[in-house]
Design a protein around this ligand. Sequence first.
Ligand code: AMP
Length: 438
Amino acid sequence: MSFSSFGLSDRILRGVQASGYTVPTPIQTLAIRPALEGRDVIGTAQTGTGKTAAFVLPMLHRLEELRPSRTHYPRALVLTPTRELAHQVHEAVSTYGKFMSLRSGAIYGGVGMEPQIRLLRSGVDVVIATPGRLLDHMQRKTINLSNVQMFVLDEADRMFAMGFIRDVRKIIAALPSHKQTMLFSATFSKEISELASGVLKNPHRAEVGHSHEPLTSITQNFYSTVSQAKMELLLHVLKAEAMDSVLVFTRTKHGADKLTRRLDRKGIAATAIHSNKSQSQRLRSLEAFRRGKFRVLVATDIAARGIDVDGISHVINFDMPRDAEDYVHRIGRTGRAGLSGKALTFVTGEDRDMVRRIERFTGRAVATGEYPGFKAASVQCVPVRSGKRTTGLGPSTPGNGTRGFRKDGRRKPLAFASKKKRGRKMEFYSSARSWENR
Ligand code: AMP
């Protein structure tokens, strides 16, 4: 099958050709045709399978075909959960539509309102937006959605996971009832099914593979370790394997910054993206990583959503994700567009429950072993959670003035500490809790 068999306009086919695509991916094969017929579509496909073109190409074609509006208000709206994704979809629209005279713009938070207001005032056909910023514009009446003929809800599962669904519902309620709607999601849960049944009319289902299963092009390995040895293990792994372009996930922003500094000190070019960084910093880091200036990109889940960098060779879960679905999304950043990829996950004693949840979610058993040539035990550390309270601090020993201990080496009773200090001691006693307290 080729793209020309869909009956896409010549101008769009030239845009596709310029992107270097010759054969549609399975989700494109299943979704493009019904979307071109004007049907509502629910697309369920794993991450990295070409979902964006599956809705952008028919959207561009329909916009050309449908009666142009007499106003300059947007005719198509794409909602994405993150700024990065909005930016990427905007780039896809610009690339595939480069031989058309349509105008598109991305509307997301973290950057000034004014340029967006000017852009909207000057007129755009396609708006790609994140829910929060779009609602801001709606409240200020700087956007008029009364002309929207096509609506795409991208990564609907993430909208739920990130708590945006109320905003999404408000936006949907403000759209004209007569329009074409496409909903894309990596997973299809009961809540998404409920949302879809209220929003889509007689939708065509385009489903590729088991939506929970990571791509088969990704090799997954789980390595057992202890919290205190993770950094050493990461350095060992980065040395041992030919890793060109590595995405490392941490649980916290603080953890991402700390890890980046430590890699830098070891001479490994690394940069971090997380939600404390400004949007322009995030885009700059991503671009520099894409160009190969940094070998390692350290990210938290929230910022990593929608990262589409060609050729990420490895994804390393330095910290476990908070839920099993995030695991599939994280590792889906590698092995994209038919390339092979490798995912390595560091597993500590406290992560066992999450490993079981990943097994249940993906339907595959996980074997955890030691990384070849690396012994966690060789890194100085003290096991945590051994029934009795232990320090979990490794090198420091009680009795030398360490916080929480008396000069004679006995532990200070907790009752002596204030409530606030007791909270901090959680970090001290158990590394399992430490990320929560940071
Ligand atoms: P997506 O799932 O939309 O994020 O796309 C994943 C990657 O696949 C992106 O880098 C796209 O540029 C690429 N891609 C999308 N469609 C095709 C295609 N038909 N042939 C080759 N690569 C594609």
